[in-house]
Design a protein around this ligand. Structure first.
Ligand code: DC
Length: 229
């Protein structure tokens, strides 16, 4: 559906892992009264299901059969989303490294992506949203009023992820960066909806920007867009 002034506002924030999408999306959603939806959490929930059922994450037919038996729900929370897999809350579990690695693999399969895209479109149907992910501006909401592509140098993203893991994190900084590069490669080179900026996205490189500076830029883009509707 093409957006017009009466359609709910859709803000798409795409970009690679560790660029700061989730943090920026949560702040922007609160500021503009929008629902904050993390599409990556849905891929993560399905990846967890594949782990739990000992499924082969590279076998697209097996995964499609599994998807037909899987129910994923995303509830927008104040900070992060709450995520339910087959009615069991998995919000924390899906952030663990085994799920992160499996999510990157299950998300290359076209059938899985189509299923996710249709669930994501339904979530954005009735109210204004900020949705962050990899293909929101290109595929899920190609008519989004605002499209941001948030990028940063891989070294900086790796360092941010490492710090997010905190002192209890089990991974060394080098291995966090190595895994992030591997996920980047898979996200950018997959055949179906590879990670790339939409032609009409505003690209923000946050390598040398503070969180406040990024939020200020995104908020200014949204305000200008709303004023021109
Ligand atoms: O943003 P995240 O790290 O939670 O995403 C987990 C994985 O899901 C990531 O490897 C890429 C994939 N993903 C995707 O392919 N498309 C999206 N819209 C969101 C995430």
């Amino acid at each position: 559906m093409k957006e017009n002034e009466s359609s709910p506002l859709v803000v798409a924030i795409d970009g690679p892992a560790g660029a700061g999408k989730s943090t920026v999306a949560a702040i922007i959603a609160a500021r503009f009264g929008l629902l904050n939806l993390e599409s990556g959490a849905m891929y993560r929930a399905f990846a967890l299901k594949a782990i739990q059922t000992d499924s082969d994450v590279d076998d697209r037919e097996e995964l499609s059969r599994l998807a037909a038996k899987t129910r994923i729900r995303l509830l927008p929370g104040s900070a992060a989303n709450r995520v339910f897999l087959d009615d069991v809350e998995v919000t924390k579990r899906i952030r663990e490294p085994d799920v992160t690695a499996a999510a990157s693999r299950v998300s290359v399969h076209p059938g899985i992506r189509q299923w996710m895209v249709s669930m994501q479109r339904q979530l954005g149907e009735s109210s204004g949203i900020v949705m962050e992910g990899r293909d929101i501006g290109t595929t899920v909401f190609p008519h989004a009023a605002v499209k941001i592509f948030l990028d940063a140098a891989a070294e900086v993203r790796g360092q941010r992820r490492y710090q997010q893991n905190g002192p209890a994190g089990v991974q060394a900084a080098e291995s966090v960066l190595e895994e992030l590069r591997e996920r980047d490669r898979r996200d950018r080179t997959r055949a179906e909806s590879p990670l790339q900026p939409a032609a009409d996205a505003v690209i923000i490189d946050s390598t040398k920007l503070s969180l406040d500076e990024v939020v200020t830029q995104v908020a200014a883009i949204i305000t200008a867009r709303l004023a021109s509707r």
